[in-house]
Design a protein around this ligand. Sequence first.
Ligand code: NAP
Ligand code: G4F
Length: 346
Amino acid sequence: MERKTMKTALVTGITGQDGSYLAEFLLDKGYAVHGLIRRSSTFNTDRIDHLYKDLHDPSARVYLHYGDLSVSGQLTDMLHTIRPDEIYHLGAQSHVRVSFDMPEYTGDVTGLGTLRLLEAIRKTGIKTRFYQASSSEMFGAAPPPQSEDTPFQPQSPYAAAKVYAYYVVRNYRDAYKLFACNGILFNHESPRRGETFVTRKITRAATRIKLGLQRKLYLGNLDAKRDWGFAGDYVEAMWLMLQHDKPDDYVIALGETHSVRQFLEKVFQKLDMDYREYVEIDSKYFRPTDVNILLGDSTKARNVLGWRPKVGFDELVDMMVKADLELAKKEETLRIAGYERSNNVR
Ligand code: NAP
Ligand code: G4F
């Protein structure tokens, strides 16, 4: 019988929310998964620790490499050594509010980071397929619904950096015939979402308040509307784009929009509480310019790739509340045993 060789993928941002779901998905499909990780003085691999096996174990299929998107030589060496069949470029300074505090760094990592990887592919001459984590933030002030044909009106240094990256991907596809795709993903969340993004900040705080571990939740603009889906569903779309016979750009979205206030109401209601008793507005969480409304039209991805999200908005909220309630209960147990976790709200 013919032995099928294992496909190899390189994932930048493997330690992030999406990277962890994607690594799981690719391992299930039989891939060997290489990930770029940053050196950190504290552990930053929590989301993928359950996937990692010691390399002396013959069944190990996850390989981690130290590097940084701001250093091009390293990226080129890595591609030369790994020669991945597919590259999923998810690494970025991904926080919109932070991009106003660190605009130059965000431009370097989130914008130029993509160019550095594309150049590494071009210089090494490896045959690979490239996925770029583009974002619905690029639509910015453009009225909804937003699709592949909607002109970009970026409203932050983060969004501007992503627009730059989007266009270099298209340019390298045209100029050098690279198989390179932009996935224009609308907001996607999960129990693994970073704790400073609004959905997770709310589910963490509400469940902690419920158990008496926290008293207040400070937020910014409650009127902003987002099209929130489940991260696990969205990583499948990334993979589908790279399996298609030609490279293209696709919007990925649930196609429903809800305000931050509606999300808040729903979460607190599930816990039998009224958010108005606990939430205070703090101007530090407002952005110099915000995106008022995002609502995606993913007809193209549904028709061409056959992509279908499995988790709806209500199920997503349920999933996040349940997971954070469990986490808060563990925290409560530790607190009773004398261990206080610091709750640095950012
Ligand atoms: P995330 O949780 O913030 O993860 C970002 C990842 O990038 C982390 O693994 C981080 O490493 C890594 N990273 C940051 N700076 C780096 C650098 N200088 N060099 C190497 N790696 C670096 O983001 P996510 O939610 O998973 O999103 C994944 C990608 O999709 C990002 O590009 C984001 O901008 C984009 N996106 C996200 C959404 C969404 O709703 N989630 C929607 C559209 C697009 P550490 O763990 O060490 O910090
Ligand atoms: O959760 P957010 O920080 O997500 P945002 O800005 O939409 O960006 C996320 O989604 C993008 C896709 O559209 C990604 F490209 C990006 O990497 C990231 O994953 O904020 C959502 C909304 C904003 O309007 C914000 O002003 O919530 C509002 N908000 C209100 N109070 C808050 C807060 N956001 C945060 N992070 N923290 C608050 O206290």
